[in-house]
Write a new protein. Structure first.
Length: 391
């Protein structure tokens, strides 16, 4: 039996593993699979009332045993109050969930675990369960952690916690990234990642993409890749994204002869905010969080803030000049234009330059990060998953 986390790019893999029993961590993903005739059941089916009651007792026992070990030394008054008076209640439900999952896993006894990351609390709990029980845990990363000058040293980022026993990687850069974090080469294979398989089958000409988006094929299209703040740590609590978007809108006002598309992230839930700011700036542009592949093929220049996996997709799909705002991104990749000081004038000049110089050869860049994009990453991962399951 295989236990899988909830990640839509896994669907082609799970289709091919349909001959094995599949259990999902979340009922929503289970429904997604059953709707496309992939037989599966949620892990929650293993949790009867006795098991749930036992998990609550586990949580109480664990929190009680560690309660005296919390220390507020050196913390601010607000954080100290949380640690001293509220941390137990904060942990309680989360500890119940973790205990319930561990006991459910012990009951289900999967022979292979497949995860899209092993650092989120619940997913790391599953990976640790697999580690302690000697069950292979295959991490198929949901993204490639990209190079940036502002990255801190190994051991200072949550992604440096490697818990899975085996890792499928996209290309040489991701392979070397995990080696730097002491992952043995025998625990990795360069398979490519399933979410990029679609690139090999995506063939939309630039003109057709423009027509589908109602853009004028005779005028250059500049695509701005919108993002959203990630407030899970203090490094994300800045106004960088807002400032970059404002500079881009100012640049667009200087270059009214161009066409603009603002592509928001599908999970950002901030399309309306991007529309509002564009309207306030008097910029006529299309704003959407859909149609990524068509938009990438319609682009003549792509503007992004910092690093993003979408840069890798764009480099393969329809190589065009790519501008990263903020400096520090892709320091060893000269194919990418970096704008360190982000102002209206610097962004406008970078866009002008990109439309006159054209795109560099992106083959080496794509191979470094994505490996061999042949549409068969899922097949390679399926074969490895079968080996691990049957070992």
């Amino acid at each position: 039996m295989i236990l899988t986390s909830s990640n839509p790019p896994f669907i082609p893999i799970l289709r091919q593993l349909g001959g094995l029993e599949i259990t999902t961590l979340h009922p929503q993903f289970n429904k997604m699979l059953t709707d496309i005739d992939v037989a599966s059941k949620p892990l929650g089916e293993y949790a009867d009332e006795v098991l749930r009651a036992t998990s609550v007792a586990d949580a109480v026992r664990i929190i009680t045993s560690i309660q005296g070990g919390f220390s507020a030394n050196g913390l601010s008054p607000a954080v100290s109050q949380l640690v001293e008076s509220k941390l137990s209640s904060f942990f309680y439900q989360r500890m119940v969930d973790a205990a319930l999952i561990v006991r459910s896993l012990d009951k289900a006894k999967p022979k292979l675990v497949i995860l899209h990351n092993d650092v989120e609390p619940i997913l790391r709990t599953v990976a640790l369960w697999a580690q302690k029980r000697g069950v292979p845990c295959l991490h198929i990363p949901h993204a490639i952690y990209l190079e940036h000058d502002e990255r801190t040293s190994v051991g200072t980022d949550i992604h440096d916690l490697i818990t899975a026993s085996h890792i499928a990687v996209a290309g040489s850069y991701q392979h070397d990234w995990f080696i730097e974090r002491k992952v043995d080469t025998s625990a990795m294979r360069i398979t490519g990642l399933p979410q990029f398989d679609r690139l090999a089958a995506t063939h939309i000409s630039h003109d057709r993409a423009c027509r589908l988006l109602k853009m004028d094929t005779s005028r250059p299209v500049v695509v701005y890749m919108g993002s959203w703040r990630q407030d899970t740590n203090l490094l994300g609590c800045t106004d960088v994204l807002e400032e970059a978007y404002a500079a881009f809108l100012g640049a667009a006002k200087q270059l009214p002869e161009l066409q603009y598309i603002v592509k928001c992230h599908p999970r950002g839930q901030n399309v309306e905010d991007h529309v509002k700011k564009a309207d306030e700036a008097g910029i006529r542009c299309a704003v959407t969080d859909q149609h990524l592949d068509v938009i990438l093929n319609a682009a003549d220049t792509i503007v992004n803030v910092g690093t993003s996996n979408v840069i890798l997709e764009a480099a393969y799909m329809q190589p065009v000049p790519m501008i990263c705002l903020g400096g520090g991104a892709f320091p060893n990749d000269p194919e990418i234009t970096k704008v360190a000081t982000v102002t209206t004038d610097s962004v406008a000049q970078a866009i002008r330059d990109s439309l006159t110089t054209g795109a560099p050869d992106m083959h080496g860049f794509v191979t470094k990060y994505l490996g061999n994009v042949d549409g068969k990453a899922s097949e390679r991962i399926v074969e490895w998953a079968k080996e691990l399951h049957n070992a």
